[in-house]
Design a binder for this molecule. Structure first.
Ligand code: ADE
Ligand code: ZN
Length: 339
């Protein structure tokens, strides 16, 4: 495909993705393949053109669960991980962090070990294929609890992760319906995960107002916030994010698709950057929001007139904030500097 934006497109600019939910990354072609594999019907949630059927946050989450229900074996998770990482590599993305949800896989009768087996296999296949094509890639995994399943279920997830250390699982987080419970209610789960050596992030300031971000910073051991964009509504909070060097995993197309902002041009990312907040660019659930990591970089560059160095800054901040060992971080930063 022809590059439409020579600043950011294709493999020419190295990119990193810190905020993508693994089931939400399932490309419609892959979902069709898996549905055929398991004799499942997609009509209830996918149109003929491959777009997913939902209209607001509540039924987006329900549609997400239906897509997740098509991914039901370790081999499916291996195929999904490989497929997504290779698509990302095609767009120049050399580092990806996926959110994993043991609660979703449990609904399909799979254990956390089954999930680890699948994603590790998919990662190794993608890494080997991409390296053979001269574009080595890395990925890590952040286990998430689901907010709408409540604090007790979150403790269960945290205990399972803490009891089963894995070199690719480097973080703990929380997604799901931000309108239920407080962040504080999940402090016991986050403490278990953090004490086990996992770096933490949580979704806040997406459907919650700035108080949800304050609640997270006051009570959870988080270094990053998923979204966090509504912090812009509270100048004191913006100053706190800067002072505490909290990184926001910003997902512009997701925010517009879910109705937080009417257009990309009205997205507050430039205001947050101007204020000195550390921000990264991610795709959240790419096919649900007709996006990809490459599209996030390309369209934000065009919408704001950002040049190549500015876009490279997003990748640099992502690597600096990545839940990654220092040797690998240094290696990836060096590759970025030399690009
Ligand atoms: N799970 C998948 N996408 C999500 C989002 N944008 N917010 C909260 N939970 C999610
Ligand atoms: Zn998310």
């Amino acid at each position: 495909m022809q590059n439409t934006n020579p600043v950011a497109s294709g493999q020419s600019l190295l990119k990193a993705e810190l905020h993508v939910h693994i089931e939400g990354a399932a490309h419609p072609e892959l979902v069709h393949r898996l549905a055929e594999r398991h004799g499942k019907n997609l009509d209830a949630f996918m149109r003929d053109d491959g777009t997913y059927i939902w209209s607001d946050f509540t039924n987006f989450l329900a549609c997400y669960d239906k897509v997740a229900a098509v991914i039901c074996t370790p081999e499916d998770y291996a195929d999904l991980t490989e497929d997504y990482l290779l698509r990302n590599a095609d767009e120049g993305c050399f580092y990806t962090e996926f959110f994993l949800s043991p609660d979703h896989v449990a609904l399909m009768g799979m254990s956390y070990d089954n999930l680890l087996e699948g994603i590790s296999e998919g990662y190794e296949r993608a890494k080997a294929k991409s390296s053979a094509q001269g574009f080595p890639l890395e990925a890590r995994f952040i286990v998430t609890c689901l907010r709408h399943m409540g604090p007790e279920a979150a403790i269960d997830v945290a205990r399972r992760v803490a009891a089963r250390p894995h070199p690719l699982v480097t973080g703990f987080g929380m997604g799901g319906d931000e309108r239920l419970y407080s962040q504080r209610a999940f402090a016991p789960a986050f403490t278990i995960a953090h004490d086990a050596g996992l770096a933490c992030t949580t979704h806040a300031g997406e459907f919650g107002n700035p108080l949800s971000v304050i609640d997270a910073l006051d009570h959870l051991p988080v270094a990053r916030i998923g979204h966090g964009v509504r912090s812009v509504e509270d100048p004191d909070l913006v100053r706190r994010l800067v002072d505490e060097a909290i990184v926001l995993e910003v997902c512009p197309h997701s925010n517009v698709a879910l109705g937080l902002y009417p257009t990309l041009a009205e997205h507050p990312l430039p205001i947050l950057i101007e204020a000195g907040v550390l921000t990264t660019l991610s795709s959240d659930d790419p096919p649900f929001f007709s996006t990809s990591v490459g599209k996030e970089y390309d369209e934000m560059a065009v919408a704001n007139g950002w040049d190549r160095e500015t876009m490279k800054g997003f990748t640099r901040r992502s690597l600096e904030a990545a839940f990654l060992d220092e040797a690998t971080r240094a290696q990836l930063l060096d590759r970025l500097d030399r690009s």
